[in-house]
Design a protein around this ligand. Structure first.
Ligand code: ADP
Ligand code: ADP
Ligand code: ZN
Ligand code: ZN
Length: 749
């Protein structure tokens, strides 16, 4: 049997690993966070496979890639062509939908062009991106934008007082001068006192030369009403100012459904073509399972191939648990987990074999029930003759492995070794943390906190929610459960903050701040450390900032350079001048306790805790260590953190406070069960400090330890959107219909 052979892997913390991975099998990589799973699977195996493909690229791309760091590994043999399925959101714009991303829309167009009545043209005219297909009013977007004059104008003010609330239209702004110098207005008159004519001139006037402007009016200058002016300068395609003023524009622009196509994106000619009374847009607005039923009612005598193709593709989406989505859903609104599953389904359709599939935590966003489906899909991919590698923490997916590679024993410098490799059965008795986890006995929270006060969400009806009213107890740990798409995030992350604006949503999104922010700046101890260096060496504090005097001139202190690959994603490479440190070489001769600034930034939080033991800020590192982030380096840039790491980092900011309403969406992401346990300790500590914690979770280790459960269901999309259970875990166990209850019973064994 052929194997992928890896010799001498040393990327990041890997300790010169040599290993073999069986082909045409499923191998799962386990280990605590920071043990080296990503370093091995993505940065070594994935990167090398990608690089070998790139050798076959044209020389333009190849030359640029040469500069890009190659994985630190001696040799890898018998690699296959890689398909990397990660959680990066599906890119695209308002024109990319579930239908276009899965190619199902193309099959549907073909069907309409053959079966639809009357015949309106070839399949391409059914595309809302095609000039003959799109609605002329909204250009195929389905919505139109208009300027909200209520927000734009403050009618209680005059032009001189800044009645036009938009940059450059404010007093002394260059656009403002046009209006006050036009000679049309009394610049001290409040807008609410304007005559109809004045109001019309201000807002809507077409371009012309005013008759009596002030003497500052230039010879060639034209007058144009505020609304067409904004339209022309900011809202035209490719407007530079649009990007610049995005935030301000958002405030004054309101979008509404296109009045002509009512959001269907297509013109009336195309929409007149129907199959069984439905136009193509009616079909894309059906949930995928309903669309499948509809397709199955079409007699399959004549257009069998298209119908079979559609049936197959739609069934795949159902199998993967996305039956609740509609084909017209814009891909940018999908969650990370949904995006990942769409990517999976795209590959199910192909008939390529002998590929190397690499999955990054496919369990994300999935209820144990959904996981059964994902397991099936992964088995199918293997059955087609492919090799599958999975980085995963979820016990149910680990069980899928033909082969397990457990990394550890701990993280960072204390990890990077293979603790166990072999089959799943023997993993359970192996010595590492993963093995230990499988031998633990499981039980539910024995002492749930008693409920006294509650907050109430009333009549929530966003998206699929069915007029939901629910009480959430305060000062306890509530876990919100339910299958993917049942409405948990809609209820908790979208509706709750509307009714309780004080709610703090701690999600996995990027942390705001410059691309130069690193862990230290986030913690707010950068300056303190710089001061130590400055004092010790009797030089300026600015030298120790890569943003300031100390920064490398080539990369502006960033440590990296972006390499533009034309039609591929940009890639980043370490700066050639400073080697990635971001500092000028002369700064490195100054030391504090025998380490220069770059060496200090290379310390992990655990190492920093003892290195700075004597300083008042040393305890700031404790919380990170408690949250399992002991392996992070002080200089690690925030935009390189994983979603789970970002979320836990944000949590550290809340811990000092009391009486907060804190919401966490799937905090177990990226966590080994041992790290999950640490997280639970912190969450309980927060509750004990009088905070209210609401967690959206699928992880049974967390669900079983809740004080209170709110289960949303029963199914996804239109089959969900109701609260089907509220109460303590013990009571949930007896619930007949809840999928969460069923899987919790299995979990407890
Ligand atoms: P896992 O995937 O098991 O969570 P990683 O492979 O991401 O672990 O990390 C292993 C170790 O390598 C950690 O100590 C981590 O901080 C470190 N590391 C990861 N990426 C980098 C990097 N780009 N530069 C330096 N160290 C890194
Ligand atoms: P969960 O968090 O339980 O996985 P969600 O709250 O994300 O579920 O989704 C509930 C329902 O609302 C699903 O049918 C989903 O497709 C729909 N939905 C979620 N976000 C949007 C959106 N931005 N636009 C339209 N529908 C949405
Ligand atoms: Zn339209
Ligand atoms: Zn540099």
């Amino acid at each position: 049997m052929k194997k992928i052979k890896i010799y001498g892997a040393r990327q990041n913390n890997l300790k010169n690993l040599t290993l073999e991975i069986p082909k045409n099998k499923i191998t799962v990589f386990t280990g605590v966070s920071g043990s080296g799973k990503s370093s091995l699977v993505f940065e070594t195996i994935g990167a090398e496979a990608q690089r070998q493909i790139n050798e076959t690229q044209n020389s333009f791309v190849r030359n640029r890639l040469m500069r890009f760091g190659v994985a630190d590994v001696d040799k890898i043999e018998h690699l296959n062509v890689p398909v990397i399925i990660n959680q990066k959101r599906l890119g695209g714009n308002a024109r990319s939908t579930v239908g276009t991303a899965t190619d199902i829309y193309a099959s549907l167009r073909l069907l309409f062009s053959r079966v639809g009545k009357p015949f309106v043209g070839y399949s391409n005219v059914f595309s809302f991106n095609h000039p003959q297909g799109m609605c002329p009013t909204c250009n195929g977007l389905g919505y139109v934008s208009s300027i909200d004059t209520q927000t734009l104008f403050d009618k209680s003010k005059s032009l001189n007082e800044g009645a036009i609330r938009f940059p450059t239209f404010q007093p002394d702004g260059y656009r403002w001068f046009r209006y006050v110098n036009s000679g049309y207005f009394d610049n001290d008159k409040k807008l609410k006192d304007y005559t109809e004519r004045e109001w019309d001139l201000l807002l809507h006037s077409e371009e012309h030369k005013p008759k009596n402007p002030s003497k500052d009016w230039g010879k060639t200058m034209q007058y144009l009403g505020v609304l067409p002016r904004i339209q022309r300068d900011f809202l035209k395609k490719n407007s530079k100012e649009e990007k610049l003023r995005k935030k301000e524009l958002c405030k004054i622009i309101s979008t509404k459904v296109c009045p002509d196509c009512t959001g269907k994106r297509l013109n009336n000619n195309i929409l007149s073509c129907k199959i069984k009374d439905k136009d193509i847009a009616d079909c894309t607005s059906l949930s995928i399972d309903d669309l499948l039923s509809f397709i199955q009612t079409i007699p399959s005598t004549t257009y069998e191939t298209v119908l079979n193709e559609l049936t197959k593709k739609l069934t795949n989406l159902v199998t993967i648990g996305l039956q609740y989505l509609t084909l017209d859903r814009v891909t940018t609104t999908l969650s990370g987990g949904e995006s990942q599953r769409i990517k999976m389904v795209r590959h199910l359709g192909n008939s390529l074999e002998d590929l190397l599939y690499i999955f990054d935590e496919p369990s994300i966003g999935l209820h144990p029930k959904d996981l059964d489906n994902i397991s099936q899909i992964i088995e199918q991919i293997k059955a087609k003759g492919n090799t599958v590698l999975i980085v995963e923490h979820d016990p149910d997916l680990i069980k899928l492995a033909d082969h397990v590679v457990d990394l550890g024993p701990l993280s960072g410098v204390n990890g990077g070794e293979i603790v166990y490799q072999g089959n799943f059965e023997d993993l359970k008795t192996s010595k590492g943390k993963t093995g230990q986890y499988f031998s633990l006995s499981r039980q539910i929270n024995q002492n749930p906190r008693e409920i006294s006060e509650t907050i109430k969400i009333t009549n929530a009806d966003l998206y699929n929610l069915k007029n939901v009213s629910v009480e959430i107890p305060t000062n306890v740990l509530t876990v919100v459960t339910g299958v993917a798409g049942s409405g948990k995030s809609t209820l908790i992350s979208k509706v709750l903050p509307k009714q309780f604006p004080q709610a703090k949503i701690i999600d996995q999104s990027q942390i705001r701040g410059s691309s130069k922010s690193n862990l230290l700046t986030y913690l707010g101890v950068s300056d303190k450390i710089r001061r130590l260096f400055a004092k010790e060496n009797n030089v300026s504090i600015k030298l120790f900032s890569s943003n300031s005097e100390g920064g490398c001139e080539n990369c502006k202190g960033l440590g990296i350079e972006k390499i533009d690959l034309a039609f591929m994603d940009d890639i980043e490479a370490p700066c050639e001048v400073c080697g990635g440190s971001g500092f000028k070489p002369q700064v490195l001769k100054y030391t504090y306790q025998n380490k220069n600034i770059v060496e200090v930034l290379d310390l992990t939080t655990l190492e920093a805790r003892s290195f700075f033991d004597q300083n008042d800020f040393a305890p700031d590192f404790d919380l990170l260590i408690d949250l399992g982030l002991d392996y992070l380096k002080l200089g690690q840039r925030l935009n390189g953190f994983s979603g789970g790491e970002r979320q836990r980092l944000k949590l550290t900011k809340e811990i000092a406070d009391e009486d907060n309403l804190i919401v966490l969406d799937e905090p177990s992401t990226g966590l080994h069960p041992f790290d999950t346990k640490k997280l639970m300790t912190i969450l309980n500590k927060l509750v004990n400090q009088n905070n209210t914690i609401i967690v959206i979770e699928h992880n049974l280790d967390i669900i079983s330890q809740a004080d209170w459960i709110i289960d949303v269901g029963e199914g996804a999309g239109k089959y969900g959107g109701k609260v089907i259970f509220e109460g303590k875990v013990e009571k949930l166990l007896n619930h007949k219909k809840s999928a969460t209850a069923e899987y919790l019973r299995q979990y407890l064994g």
